[in-house]
Each structure stands twice: as C-alpha cells, then as structure tokens.
Design a binder for this molecule. Structure first.
Ligand code: PGA
Length: 245
C-alpha cells in the first residue's frame, strides 16, 4: 500500500493510476494486492482510472455527519467505493493529536460499515531508545482495538511503522521489524484467537524497492506500507516487481 500523504494533485493522481494499469494486472496474476492512499480529492480519480487498485483514504471522521468542519465521513467515502482507510498514522498522531481512543472510535465505525481499517502503530525514537517499543505498541493495539470481537477483525490490517524510520531512510532491520510484527500477532492472538493468523500485518518505514523483498520474507510481515518510494510510478512498479521476482 502506497501512502501518498499530502502529495499529488487530482491530475497527477489520475496520471499515476492510468500508468499503473498493467502493473495491477501483473500483481493480481501473482497474488499480490496493491493499492494507494491518495488525498481525499484524488480518491475518485484513482478509482475511476484504475479500478483494480485498492484505494485507501488517509483518514476519516468517526461521526456519520454533522458540525465537524473540515472532516470527511464514512458515508462520503462509501459513495466513492473506498476499500480501506488508514487510521492512526504517526503523522496524524503527532501533528493532529490523534489518540488511541480516537483511533478506536474510527475503527469501530469503519468495521460497522464494512470498510477495512489499516491501523498504524509504532514507537517514537525516544521510546525506541528507552526500550519501550513493545509497551507502546501493546497499548496502541489494546486501546485501539478495544471492544472488537474476532469476527470484527476478520479483515483488519495492522501496520507496524517505527516513527524513527518514517521518511528518514533509517529503516528498521528485518530482525527488529519481524520481532515487533511477531509480537503484534501474539497480542492479536491473545485478544481475538486464531483469526490473528489471518490478519495482515504490514511493515512501514523507509521501505524501498531494494529492501521490500527482505521484509516480506519475514514470517509475520505480510506486506508493506510505503511512503516516499510509492510516489513515482516507476519506483512503485519496481517495488511490486521486486516482491515477485
Ligand atoms: P516512508 O513513509 O516510506 O516515506 O518512510 C512510510 C509511511 O509513512 O507510511
């Protein structure tokens, strides 16, 4: 899943989606699900230009409608046929004060409406340095997913993104990434039982064409959430081809 963040105009998003049509056919032939998360304005252009891409919104309101200036609701995304929504990306947590509790409310609302939440967790550099990674991630998982049942999380996707590796080029080693993703799967098992083995866990943070395959070879890493390297269609294509080849 490519996270475009606040990049690409509608025209640029459409151009990318058109240019990725052959790639999505290649990906589906090889059993790889690929998608992008454009800004709200680019969602329908991407959907229309390439219906075979999974399309994710980068955020959503927990409320269905009302006096929430600047927000976008789930019914508005449903009208566009949006498949997934990123919840709790570290930039939303750190710049917009999004809490685990707010993530929990949004995840509940999405699941009630049959949209897949892609829930992002991960520790900051100071938490990593202090050895708090698992403690932080445990809280994010337990609070963010509180009140859900095993059948609710059937389609859930979780992304582990150490904040210190996002956009920094300092990616976590495969060993660190696998250790935390394995830990997350264990937490999910404790909360929901066997369905934990079906939940897709992605690694994110400076994933590039030259390291994606290594991450995906780890047992508990089922995919990648990619920022910078997903913006250029050639680099995106290289990411996908390098998974398969
Ligand atoms: P990056 O971003 O690949 O540019 O590090 C990842 C993300 O924020 O999801």
């Amino acid at each position: 899943m490519g996270n475009w963040k606040m990049n690409k105009t509608i025209a640029e998003a459409k151009q990318f989606a058109l240019a990725s049509k052959k790639l999505s056919a290649y990906a589906s032939k090889n059993n790889v699900d690929i998608g992008v998360a454009p800004v709200y304005l680019g969602l329908s252009a991407v959907k229309e230009a390439n219906p075979d891409l999974f399309v994710a919104a980068q955020n959503v309101s927990q409320f269905p409608k009302g006096a929430y200036t600047g927000e976008i609701s789930i019914p508005m995304l449903q009208e566009l046929g949006i498949d997934w929504v990123l919840i709790g990306h570290s930039e939303r947590r750190s710049y917009y004060g999004e809490t685990n509790e707010a993530c929990n409310a949004k995840i509940h609302a999405l699941i009630e409406n049959n949209i897949t939440p892609l829930y992002c967790v991960g520790e900051t550099l100071s938490e990593f340095d202090a050895g708090l990674t698992k403690e932080v991630v445990k809280r994010q998982i337990e609070v963010g997913l509180a009140g859900l049942t095993a059948s609710d999380v059937n389609n859930l996707v979780v992304a582990y993104e150490p904040v210190w590796s996002i956009g920094t080029g300092k990616n976590a080693s495969k060993e660190i990434a696998e250790d935390v993703c394995h830990y997350i799967r264990g937490l999910l098992f404790d909360l929901f039982g066997d369905v934990a083995n079906k939940i897709r866990i992605l690694y994110g943070g400076s994933v590039k064409p030259n390291n994606i395959k290594e991450y995906l070879s780890a047992e508990d890493i089922d995919g990648a959430l990619v920022g910078g390297a997903s913006l250029d269609v050639n680099s995106y294509e290289e990411l996908v081809r390098n998974i398969v080849e």
